[in-house]
Structure formats: C-alpha cells, structure tokens
Ligand binder design. Structure first.
Ligand SMILES: Cc1cc2nc3c(=O)[nH]c(=O)nc-3n(C[C@H](O)[C@H](O)[C@H](O)COP(=O)(O)OP(=O)(O)OC[C@H]3O[C@@H](n4cnc5c(N)ncnc54)[C@H](O)[C@@H]3O)c2cc1C
Length: 612
C-alpha cells in the first residue's frame, strides 16, 4: 500500500533543521550512513536563526579563571539541581571544542583586540562566557552549520511536516509527513530517527517563539511511547516587547542587560536590588556605582574587580520581579518595565545590539539609543522534553534519538542564557553519532505498517470532510488563553486543575474542527494537526505542574512558595497509558562524589577577589 505514497529511505532521518538537527545530521553523515533531514520551514529558517545573545562555552578568553567545572556548577545551580548531572558535565566539557569547531567551519565571532573569540556576560554565568556575533549569533551558527551540512551529502526535505513516527513493534521504522505546499503525503523509512524539532511556545499567546514551535517532536514521541520529563518547567524570559500588540512577546535579548541595560519601574526605581535572592546577593554589585564600574570595565574590555549588576540575576528571578512590579501598579503604560541602555554611547549600542536597535526602531518607533524600551515576561524556552541518554541521545523507544530544545535533562528546572546554543552543538553531535551507530547495527530497514499509514492519512484529511465545525484558529486562541491564564508564570492548584479540564474539552473541540479549501498550502489545515500536538504538551505541562507542589527554578507556585526537599530528588515523567496521560515521579540520577565535591570546595582567595 505504501507505494501509493512518495517514499524515501535513509539510515538516519533527522526531523528538524535547527542547530541540533543540523549538527546531528552532519555527525551522522560523517560516519558514512545515509541521512535525510526534514524540516517544516525552509532550510536556514529554523528557530535557531533567531538566537541573539550568544553561545556559552568556558573558553576563558575574557576571564581566565573560567573552566568547565564552573560552567558545570553554574548550569546545575541554574537548574536547581534537577538537571541530569552527566548532561551538564558533558555540555560544560565539550562546549569549548564545539565552538572552536564552528569557528574552523567558518563562523565569524566577535573578536577581542588580540583576535580571540570575544565573550559577554549573561545571567547566572559566573564569568563572561558567551561567544557571540553582535546580537545575531544564531544566524551565524545556522549559516555555518548549513554550509557544512550541504557539503556533507545530506538529503534535505524542506517545508515538509512530520505528523507521526512509524514503528515496527517496539522500534522506530520511520515517519509519515506531508508537503506543506501540495498537501501530499510522504513516507520516510529509517533505521533511526532523531527528533530535533525545538520547543512549544505557541501553546501560549505571549511568546518569543516562532510559528514552528508547536511541540511536534515531544507529542510525536509521546504518541510513539517515549518518556517525557520536566514538562512543568517552562521558561518565561523577562524581556519581551510589550508594545505594539502585533509584536507582543518578541524577544529583547539578555545581551541588552549583559551590555549594561538597567531595569526601572514607572517611579524610576532600579527595582532589581530588592529581588536578589539572599543566598546569591553577594555575587552582585552592592550599589549603582559598583554596577556602573562593572559596565565601564566591560565596555573597555577590562577584567573587572566590580561585581555584576542586579539585572543579571537569573531569568526566572527577573521575570518574577517585573511581573510583581506591574501587578503592584508600578508598571509602564503598556504593562511592562523600562529597560534602559540609552545612557551608553549610541555608536556602541548600535554596534553591539544592531538587531535590537532596528527591532525597536522599525516595530515600535523607539530609538533605544535615546529612550528606554518597554519590556515584560514572555514564554521563551522549554526545559522539558524527551528523556534521553546523555552520552548517545537515545530516547526510551529503540531507534529514537533526540537533541536540542525537544530533549530534556540538560537544563533541569531552568536554563541559563547561552546554554541552549551550546546544548544544540554538544548533544546534536552526540545524538547524530548515537543514531548512526544504532542504524549500522541493523542489517535491514524495519518494515512500516501500511494500515497504520492509511488510518493516519484518513484522520489527517477528516477536517476537510466535515460539513460543520469550529475553525482551528478559534480552538488555538482558546488554548493560548488557557495556558496564559492558568499555567503561566505564577501557578496555583485550582488553576492547574481547571487547565487540565479545559484542555480535555479543547481536545474534543480540536478533534471536530472544520477546514475549508484544499490541501494546497493551507495554514488552517496545518494548524488543525498542530493543535493536537500543542494540546498534548500543554496537558503534560499542566499535569506535571499540578504535581510539583513547590516553587523551583522556572516553576513558581503561589500556593507553595517554598521548596520541598523530597521533590528535589525527583523529575516528573510523562508517559502514555491505556487510560490516558500518566505523570509520576522518577528518581533523579545521582551525581558522583567527585562532581558533588566541586560544590563543597571553597573558592581560592584570588579567584574570590576576581569574582567581585
Ligand atoms: C528570540 C530567541 C532568541 C534566543 N537567543 C538565544 C541565545 O542567544 N542563546 C541561546 O543559547 N539560546 C537562545 N535561544 C534559544 C535557542 O535559540 C533555541 O532553544 C534553539 O535554537 C533551539 O534549537 P533546536 O535545534 O532545538 O530547534 P530549532 O532551531 O527550532 O529547529 C527546529 C526545527 O524543527 C523543524 N520542525 C518542527 N516540527 C517539525 C515537524 N513536525 N516536521 C518537520 N520539521 C519540524 C523546524 O522546521 C525546524 O527546522 C533563543 C530563543 C529565541 C526564541
């Protein structure tokens, strides 16, 4: 039966052509297996292209005290120790080599006066660690990986959306997809599949994420029987645009604060001073003068004896601070906070933050070299996703692998800025190698099930056949409203339970939507399919959040503001069962003693001095 569909065969099929997918495809291809790379947008347009601030790696170019151990510790602390220690370790150890490799492949990073890769400060990182290309780092990264990829002999399938993972018994056998332009179906047969489909932001209304982020990889994997973990941890970035409405949520890079941006409320108060957590207050400047000294040293490219400004606190903390200021009536006219970089020389702002300058000029008619920006929290990054083996990227279904934002474990309860681009490189490479090794062990292509494909295609076309039914756009609006209101920055039990009920109703509505027109490039039809993925991941978020009765990392509970030591020992695992979605605790992998001891060691006096 499958002959009726266009069919392609590859040893390894990589779904997603962002940083993770491209890096995985390059690695798999280098090992000699045949690789197909499928993406639902054009090659070069994946979400990674939007990354602005930089890629974190302990190159120690600006702060020679830096090393993988400190990067590892910062990452674990940022993740409230719910990260898989092995992923955080591999990431910290391998990120410098991955960045240098990118440079060898042609990436042109900003430079120090003596020609080394320049690194900037970011929240939660002890040292200046982010290699960057102005505020267009993702663009350079994608350009470089794409150049490398197309010369590696990959077969690329663009504007092609995967709708199901195909299985042979328990193991992966390929994927079903459709061409976005023609609406025609295509079957990929593969020995191994790498999920690199990115995040879930489109389940929320206010988000920095692009249209591609509909949680496809997480939902496809869940449907195929894979485990998801840490789904309660959704990162709300503190600084998205709040005005005008059409661009609400669009990211204002943390690079603005890294370059010295100051947050103020409507009364002109620099409010971050009062939100610094007591346990980490000593890491931040004492007063405006010390913060200013740090900025001046940074601008001049000098190592600073001053400590960092309070605006460089972690993202969850800054998000909650802005949210609270607005709630307590100290917000800006459009419901945000002021972020001011206009006190620095205009030429420097334009050079270091060119995208931000143009973004505000063109979209909001604001010249950020003269006027403060208005910013507020926006849904930004998903820490949860497929559970993977740290060394190989293997998910819990044989033949399935994952990397990048779609995978989980690396960032625990919260991600540090810059740690995603490095995550893509380190674990993209490992997942590509893991998938290729798996494929090489299979002597023949696993068979696909024609009846399964037939049933899927019928279900996908059903919205065209209904004579009545809601528009998928209405259901999407209701979903985003539910997630923004009930599963947002601050959560309470009653809201989370209400969200689970609402999502149940939305699932029924989504299953009955009607789509008009033909299969030829029909965004309404695409959304009809995406909706079920978004509802699936939203349910996993709401159910996991309801079980985590504490506040940790990016997950803030108004009814449980403290931390529960018992919950510090577990991740929540989401699986599909006959009776629906199951969420249960699973023990946290235990960190070996030699890594644990890093946290006990007292910093050497010289280092402590420099850390100021
Ligand atoms: C505005 C912005 C700025 C950021 N800045 C930084 C930064 O400075 N530093 C940092 O570390 N992180 C940053 N991040 C986060 C980082 O960019 C992302 O986490 C990262 O790029 C995700 O990469 P990925 O390879 O996992 O997915 P993506 O780059 O999003 O790629 C996903 C791919 O999957 C494809 N896809 C999805 N679903 C399907 C499907 N069903 N079928 C086929 N293909 C599919 C898409 O077409 C796409 O090709 C930023 C994020 C945003 C939104």
């Amino acid at each position: 039966m499958s002959e009726r569909y266009e069919t392609h065969e590859h040893d390894v099929l990589v779904i997603g052509a962002g940083g993770a997918g491209l890096r995985a495809a390059i690695e798999a291809s280098a090992s000699g297996v045949s690789v197909g790379l499928v993406c639902k947008s054009l090659l070069g347009k994946a979400h990674t292209v939007m990354a602005e601030g930089g890629v974190a790696a302990a190159l120690a170019h600006m702060d020679p005290q830096d090393g993988w151990q400190t990067h590892f510790m910062d990452t674990m602390k940022g993740g409230s120790f719910l990260n898989h220690w092995r992923m955080a370790q591999l990431h910290a150890q391998e990120a410098p080599d991955r960045v240098r490799e990118l440079e060898q492949w042609g990436a042109l990073f900003d430079r120090t006066p003596d020609g080394r890769i320049l690194q900037r400060a970011f929240g939660g990182h002890t040292w200046k660690r982010l290699a960057h290309v102005g505020d267009r780092t993702g663009l350079e990264m994608i350009r470089t990986l794409q150049d490398k990829g197309v010369h590696s002999g990959l077969d690329v399938y663009m504007e092609c959306t995967v709708t199901r993972l195909l299985k042979d018994g328990d193991r992966i056998a390929g994927a079903l997809a459709y061409w976005r332009e023609s609406g025609r179906f295509v079957v990929f047969r593969a020995k191994a599949v790498v999920i690199a489909t990115g995040g879930i932001g489109k389940s929320y209304r206010v988000t920095s994420n692009s249209w591609e982020y509909t949680g496809d990889g997480q939902a496809l994997a869940y449907d195929a029987g894979a485990e998801l973990i840490d789904m309660e941890f959704v990162q709300f970035h503190p600084t998205g645009m709040v005005w005008p409405p059409g661009v609400m949520g669009l990211l204002v890079t943390e690079g603005v604060r890294g370059e010295g941006g100051i947050l103020r409320n409507s009364k002109g108060e620099r409010f971050m001073w009062k939100y610094l957590p007591d346990a980490r207050r000593h890491e931040y400047a004492e007063n405006d003068a010390e913060a200013r000294q740090w900025v001046e040293d940074t601008v001049a490219g000098r190592a600073s004896q001053a400590r960092r400004p309070p605006e460089l606190s972690t993202r969850d903390n800054v998000s909650r601070a802005i949210y609270t200021e607005v709630k307590e009536s100290r917000g800006t006219p459009h419901g945000g906070a002021y972020l001011d970089i206009s006190y620095l020389p205009a030429e420097r702002v334009k050079r270091k933050l060119p995208s931000m300058y143009h973004q505000f000029m063109e979209l909001a008619d604001v010249d950020i070299t003269k006027t403060p920006m208005e910013v507020g929290p926006t849904t930004h990054y998903m820490m949860g996703g497929l559970r993977v083996d740290p060394d190989t990227g293997a998910a819990t279904v044989p033949g399935l692998f994952a990397a990048g934002e779609a995978a989980a474990g690396m960032h625990g309860a919260n991600r540090l800025g810059g740690n995603s681009l490095s995550d893509l490189l380190v674990f993209g490479r490992r997942a590509g190698a893991g998938a290729a090794a798996h494929a090489r062990k299979l002597s023949s292509m696993p068979p696909v099930n024609d009846a399964e494909i037939e049933a899927d295609t019928r279900a996908l076309l059903a919205p065209f056949e209904r004579s009545s039914g809601e528009s998928p756009y209405e259901v999407h609006r209701a979903l985003q409203d539910c997630m923004d209101r009930l599963v947002g920055i601050f959560r309470v039990q009653a809201d989370l339970e209400a969200a689970v009920e609402t999502l149940e109703a939305l699932r029924r509505r989504a299953a009955a939507v009607r789509v008009e027109g033909t299969r030829m490039f029909n965004p309404g039809w695409h959304l009809a399919r995406d909706l079920s993925n978004m509802i699936c991941v939203s349910e996993a978020i709401a159910r996991s959040a309801a079980l985590r009765k504490e506040s940790r990392g990016a997950h803030s509970r108004l009814d449980f503001p403290g931390q529960d030591p018992a919950l510090a020992q577990v991740n929540f695992r989401v699986t599909r069962s006959a009776s629906g979605m199951r969420v249960e605790p699973t023990p946290l992998p235990q960190m070996p003693a030699e890594l644990r001891s890093l946290f006990d060691a007292k910093p050497a006096p010289a280092k402590q001095e420099a850390a100021r």
